[in-house]
Unconditional design. Sequence first.
Length: 249
Amino acid sequence: MIILKKTSISFGLVNIPVQINPIIKNNDISFNQLHKKCGSRIKYVKYCPHCKKEVKQTDIVKGYEYEDNEYITLTNEEFDNLKSEDEKTIEVVGFVDLREIDPVYFEKSYVVETNSKSKAYTLFKDALLKTKKVALAKTVIGTKFYYVILRLSENMIVMNTLYFFEEVNMPEAATDTKYTKKELDLAIELVNSLNMKFKPEELEDEYQNKIKDAIDLKIEGKNIKKPKKKRETNIKDLMTALEMSLKNV
């Protein structure tokens, strides 16, 4: 696993050196864009229309348009100067119950590790275990400021970056519609009949598997056939739908 960033957890006056690494990897099959006519790979050229020439990455700066066609620019060094020393660490600001945080606020996940045997790291981890709390902290990753939570998972500390409140576009809840006690009893029975253990290792990406099979077929010079459509049963009566669902479990 590639080390993303060496940093430290600031916990009161305790400083815990750590490194954070991304947990999630993109498992989607990658395709290149080709010219339909000749099959050649398409290239993306960074071009300046004013100078009428291709521009190298090293000659590109970030600009903010404050008026029409008027820009101010900020260099990477200037972005770095905006970070306070506290923001360069993972500064714990408090502890909360995990159940208070709606999962909709979770963005990215990182594992938080320490290179050597660290008493402070183990102590912090066990404090989370004993109190059954998660730490709310703030930090900067790249050029972006985040609030994060530090929580235990499989005896390791995992850091989840959080979306800000204004980034979460939750619609207002619709008005509840009334139902009968019998319908509720059947719905609960259906839920219980489908009860299962969550085993992520058994959840396969069915669509990506189909793409892999399609690639193999195309390499062999075979055509890709459209799968047969499942027969849909359109039952408008809720009670009937629940009763038939239970029979098919």
